[in-house]
Design a protein. Structure first.
Length: 127
């Protein structure tokens, strides 16, 4: 497989899979005690982070350097926030770090790969 194709699709696939993973947490809005409208409203509210991340992915898809920088910064900021929140709740470094690895690191990695892809395409425009 050509390097340019692999470099092009890898950050996009990482982002899509991570957004789908984050979206799974919206299903906790469904509860038998709530009415159907409360459940739908809760579900849509829980999907707001996924919609924001999807918007960032669209930006990164169109403008790789800008989107990559934004994704990397968001990933770094949320690494600190998510780690601190989870560490305060469970007082376990290992669990908190594992959660950060699942939720935040993929966005940092995708952001860096978007930036690398941008510079690769600038350096090798024929590919």
């Amino acid at each position: 497989m050509k390097t340019s194709v692999l470099l092009y699709w890898t950050p996009r696939i990482i982002c899509i899979l991570t957004i789908l993973f984050v979206s799974l947490f919206a299903f906790d809005a469904f509860s038998p005690e709530l009415t159907i409208w409360q459940q739908i409203t809760g579900f849509l509210i829980h999907l707001i982070p996924s919609f924001i991340l999807l918007g960032l992915l669209i930006i990164a898809w169109k403008w790789e350097k800008t989107g990559g920088i934004i994704l990397a910064i968001i990933g770094i900021v949320f690494t600190v926030v998510v780690f601190n929140l989870n560490y305060q709740r469970n007082h376990s470094f290992t669990k908190s770090f594992a959660i950060v690895l699942m939720l935040c690191i993929p966005f940092i990695l995708a952001g860096v790969l978007f930036i690398v892809d941008h510079y690769y395409r600038v350096k090798n425009p024929e590919e």
